[in-house]
Design a protein around this ligand. Structure first.
Ligand SMILES: [Zn+2]
Length: 570
């Protein structure tokens, strides 16, 4: 036994991020979780009863009686009382700073009627009389006649202050007249970038702005101070811990945001592991790329904060007809100017950039929602593979809301990860999405099962705050049921694309670790792995699937320490 332990420890010392256990009291664990049902994750479906943790790492898993041998005076022992535990969640596509800042704004998430939204907006304005700008997010397209909001609703409650509210997906904005006026948006204003100032039949701006046109107003909203951002991140980390999220992969990183995490890391405040993808596009300068390369090389194997990825946005979203499709949208008039949606940049420019960044050693994320954009991304990755011969680059495509069936096998063949948000299929059940895509393409809407069957690696995330919820439990619920928490539609939305709970959990844990090249140190519970563990209020594996969403995280262990405990439930 001792010999075995020594061997484990010797191996552990070789693992990146490992801290040597304290000499004094060797043989005893710092933390022991006992009497649980611990899903070990990974490819197996095996369970253990207990786990022992030393410093930041798991040292042993097994039966409670075995783990008890490692309990000493200084060991913190937590009796799980039969509860289910699992590896901590890895949210593999999130805009964490934006989400954290949105916690102090208007939250329109889940508002099912325009009246309900207006009520929340008015209440927020009353409560915050000193706020110069009323900002928020979370509205969905379906409650509005025609699928888009107008300034009229906002003007009825707020006239004197500018209001700007982003859709749940971040791809459209909703402004009142005051905000339009401050931005100088009139009948005469032209916008030639990627996006649109939406107008009524008479040419008058309606208050809805698509994609890049949102910047016309967004640029006027005062940027929060650094201290405000740090405080927002602290609040965001608390929320993440309460939901069992122990790792994130940031999908819109900037040097400024990097420096915030770096400050929290140095102050010992990080309670989640951050892998950063820096935003790039046609306008990214060579100097910026050099800086990203330097951070990539410098952060190396740091399991707390690392940089090694870049992110492109190649198209928009289905609901506003900005996602790039192979065939025309099903619900647009024949004389529509952009019936296929459009790419954000010329395919050859995108492809050249992909090849260059691949050569520089980056992992690449590409936002591609329409089947045309997905095809372009696969094509660019294939070119990069042929030119640079880096088969282990682990490039990813983000969202993949629609995909041509003949492109599905290319993911596994090229080693491209399918990075998707189960929660997006929730408002996806909405009429606006389905109408735009049409019956034919619906079969491959959020095609999790088809992708898994083809051998593609599926990795899950929330896309928060471009999502109705950051809670991974809500994501699991959608992945397994393809029904809203209210049970709609009754037989599930494109039910053949549902996946099992085990597959969904793997997509939130092990696959996330693989995606940041860290499957050797996290994403499973096993000796030598980082001790990031989550405990649930009820056993997800034994529940009626429609009750998954009622589950709560009652305990979160991060880096070997308890960072969240729900005392009311546990
Ligand atoms: Zn995103």
């Amino acid at each position: 036994m001792r010999f075995h332990l020594c061997l484990v420890l010797a191996l552990l010392c070789l693992a990146p991020g490992f801290q040597a256990p304290p000499q004094e009291g060797a043989g005893t664990a710092d933390l022991a979780l006992i009497n649980g049902r611990i899903w070990l994750g990974g490819d197996s479906s095996s369970f253990a009863e207990a786990v022992a943790i030393w410093g930041s790492s798991v040292v042993r898993v097994g039966k409670t009686a075995e783990i008890k041998q490692l309990i000493g005076e200084r060991t913190q022992v937590i009796d799980l009382g039969g509860r289910l535990a699992a590896p901590g969640f890895n949210d593999a596509h999130i805009h964490f700073l934006g989400g954290a800042l949105s916690l102090s704004e208007i939250d329109l998430t889940g508002a099912r009627t325009v009246a309900e939204m207006v009520e929340r907006i008015a209440a927020y304005a009353r409560k915050n009389p000193d706020k110069q700008w009323i900002t928020g997010r979370g509205w969905e397209y379906t409650p509005f006649p025609g699928g888009l909001p107008t300034k009229v609703y906002l003007d009825a409650v707020i006239k004197d202050r500018p209001v700007f509210l982003r859709a749940y997906d971040g791809h459209s904005g909703w402004a009142n007249s005051k905000a339009l006026q401050m931005a100088g948006i009139t009948r005469e204003t032209r916008f030639d970038g990627y996006g649109e100032i939406v107008r009524d039949a008479s040419g008058e701006p309606t208050g809805a702005l698509k994609e890049g046109a949102q910047r016309l107003i967004g640029r006027l909203i005062p940027e929060p101070a650094r201290e405000q951002k740090l405080e927002a991140l602290r609040q965001g980390m608390k929320l993440a811990a309460s939901l069992g999220i122990t790792s994130i992969q940031n999908a819109s990183g900037s040097l400024d945001e990097w420096s915030l995490y770096d400050e929290l890391l140095k102050g010992g405040e990080l309670t989640l592991r951050v892998s950063m993808a820096f935003s790039v596009g046609a306008r990214t300068t060579p100097q910026e790329i050099d800086r990203f390369v330097a951070l990539k090389d410098q952060s190396g194997l740091n399991p707390m904060l690392r940089a090694g990825s870049v992110k492109f946005v190649l198209d928009g979203v289905i609901e506003s007809h900005t996602a790039a499709m192979i065939e025309r949208y099903s619900d647009l008039p024949l004389n529509h100017g952009a019936p296929y949606g459009e790419l954000t940049m010329a395919p050859d420019i995108y492809r050249d950039l992909v090849v260059r960044l691949d050569k520089a050693g980056f992992q690449i994320y590409t936002h591609a929602i329409g089947d045309r954009a997905v095809r372009e991304a696969l094509g660019a990755y294939e070119t990069a593979l042929n030119v640079n011969r880096r088969p282990a680059a682990r490039h990813r495509i983000e969202h993949i809301e629609t995909v041509a069936p003949e492109d599905i096998p290319r993911f596994a063949r090229l080693g491209v990860m399918a990075s998707m948000e189960p929660i997006h299929a929730d408002p996806g059940t909405s009429e606006v999405w389905s109408r735009a895509v049409g019956v034919e393409r619906l079969k491959y809407a959020f095609a999790w099962q088809s992708l898994l069957k083809s051998g593609a690696r599926l990795v899950f995330s929330s896309d928060w705050p471009a999502a109705i919820s950051v809670d991974p439990i809500r994501g699991l619920h959608s992945a397994v049921n393809r029904r809203t928490v209210e049970g709609k539609p009754p037989r599930g939305w494109v039910p053949e694309q549902r996946i099992s709970l085990g597959d969904a959990l793997r997509a939130y844990t092990q696959a996330g670790a693989y995606s940041s090249f860290e499957e050797g140190i996290k994403g499973r519970i096993a000796p030598g792995m980082l001790a990031d563990i989550v405990v649930f209020s009820q056993d997800l594996f034994k529940l009626d699937a429609m009750r998954i969403h009622e589950t709560r995280v009652v305990l979160t262990v991060f880096d070997g320490k308890v960072v969240h405990k729900d005392s009311a439930r546990f």
